[in-house]
Design a protein around this ligand. Structure first.
Ligand code: SF4
Length: 490
């Protein structure tokens, strides 16, 4: 699509309009000659009002909208012109495509943080909902969801103290590749053979980060070993690696999660090692309980395998999260609702319901898989999911959105009690404190007292690059110490 934008004061850039277009046309490409679609978009201030005109030429049709609105209507918005532009855009595109995005003009990944900012600025929950619905055009139930999550996050935020941090340890290796995955994760035997060398380097980095945190006077809140599939390690590798990590972080009792996403990698021996090292949470995922779909998405386990792994871990007192994905290719509404029922019957402490998304380098995307945002199937799946969660005593505690998600929906983490909340998810998503991260593709986020992320340090993306980057990784220490010196000691 070719976009011709004219906007007073540069209040927003063309990439904002592009992100709105993607809500309606998920795979749209932009630029001259990409296709025959053309969008002319004009927003001006005239006295105390905004005036806007938008014209869309697509598929041989031409549609045009004009509107004006008093600037004062957007006084609760940080960027009134952008908000007005969103309204104009939605009114045009909703008419042309016969579809209204559930989150309205909100394109960001953290709608709960958006609600939290309003609540922390003194707006009531009712007023925040009104702003979501009237100004950002979100569905009322989505506004409720964002506010419920934000209220839950506020309780976690109240427990925050100065100079807390979490530690992320990344192991990007998997037993096979899921067709919807775009993470860098090594899954072939040749690449998996790098694992021993990788674990040595990872130990080195974790030790360095723990020493750096001590030097900066930081207090550890949570540890998350993610991936990939960290449970892909053999028992022998685990028996060497996890106690080493434990020795670096010390014996403080913290939330300690070890992702064990693939049930086929979970064994009693491995779970015993994790329990002995103080790991208290696992994520054991099935994504769907339909075996045919499990096979077709490239996961080498069945629902029965998931149940075995789940009960093995449950009997050892781990808190467990289970991920599901709504809208996997081939999954019907009935089949997904059965997955929800099956998993609720087993009753993990947390259930995270993702909406299927077409990630850039996933096999599905490369093979040209698409979805139709006006198809309401995923809407029905998520409505069933949220109603069933509520009925079974679960409530939403964290959420985020991703690009190119079926129906522009969200991913929601549910918990069956406040004591079971996986706080790391909230710390990481909402940036309540710094997350020091080790491993290939990991990024350290440094957070200031005012909750803004003011520093990011990226590690090399691929394991083979990471293995050669010892000197660069040592430099991360200086950057972290400098950040704390500058932000906290002035
Ligand atoms: S288990 Fe997770 S990281 Fe591994 S291939 Fe599947 S989605 Fe990707």
């Amino acid at each position: 699509m070719k976009i011709e934008l004219a906007c007073d004061d540069g209040a927003f850039a063309v990439n904002y309009i592009q992100s709105l277009v993607l809500l309606f046309k998920p795979c749209e490409k932009f630029g001259e000659g990409e296709n025959d679609s053309r969008l002319v978009f004009v927003v001006k201030r005239e006295g105390e009002s905004f005036f806007g005109r938008a014209l869309l030429e697509t598929d041989g049709k031409v549609c045009e909208k004009s509107m004006s609105c008093p600037i004062s209507f957007y006084e609760a918005s940080k960027n009134p012109a952008k908000c007005f532009a969103g309204k104009l855009f939605l009114s045009l595109f909703s008419e042309v495509f016969g579809y209204k995005p559930p989150w309205g003009m909100l394109t960001g990944v953290r709608p709960a943080r958006f609600a939290l900012d309003y609540l922390l600025s003194g707006y009531s929950a009712e007023k925040t909902k009104q702003i979501f619905v009237e100004m950002y055009h979100t569905d009322p139930e989505k506004a409720d969801l964002a506010i419920r999550v934000a209220l839950c996050e506020m309780k976690v935020l109240k427990q925050e103290r100065e100079r807390q941090f979490s530690l992320y340890v990344g192991i990007p290796f998997c037993p096979s590749r899921c067709r919807y995955c775009s993470f860098v994760s090594y899954a072939t035997p040749k690449l998996l053979s790098l694992l021993p060398e990788y674990l040595e380097m990872l130990k080195f980095e974790v030790q360095m980060l723990c020493e750096t945190a001590k030097e900066a006077g930081l207090d550890l809140k949570s540890v998350y070993v993610g991936g990939g599939t960290p449970s892909v390690l053999s028992s022998e590798q685990m028996a060497n690696f996890v106690p080493a990590i434990r020795s670096f972080i010390g014996d403080k009792n913290v939330e300690f999660t070890y992702e064990s996403g693939r049930p086929d990698t979970v064994t009693k021996d491995k779970l015993s090692i994790l329990a002995d090292c103080g790991v208290n949470r696992l994520s054991i995922n099935t994504q769907t309980t339909n075996d045919t779909i499990l096979q077709s998405v490239g996961r080498c386990h069945t629902f029965e395998d998931y149940k075995k792994a789940f009960f093995l871990a449950k009997n050892m007192d781990f808190a467990i999260n289970t991920d599901l994905i709504a809208g996997l290719p081939g999954e019907s509404v009935e089949s997904f609702c059965k997955s929800i029922d099956d998993v609720l019957f087993i009753s993990p402490d947390n259930i995270t319901v993702h909406s299927f998304s077409l990630k850039k380098s996933s096999e599905y995307t490369v093979c040209g898989q698409t979805f139709d945002n006006s198809d309401r199937s995923i809407d029905k799946m998520l409505s069933y999911s949220s109603a069933s969660m509520k009925e079974n005593g679960y409530f939403p505690y964290y959420m985020y959105r991703q690009k190119n998600t079926d129906g522009n929906f969200e991913n929601v983490g549910y918990t069956n009690s406040e004591n079971s909340i996986a706080c790391y998810n909230i710390y990481m998503m909402e940036g309540f404190h710094s997350v020091l991260a080790a491993g290939a593709g990991a990024s350290t986020k440094l957070v200031s007292r005012n909750l803004s992320t003011t520093g990011k340090i990226y590690n090399p993306k691929y394991p083979y690059e990471y293995l050669r980057a010892k000197d660069d990784i040592l430099k991360n220490k200086e950057q972290i110490l400098l950040f704390y010196k500058e932000k906290y000691e002035k």
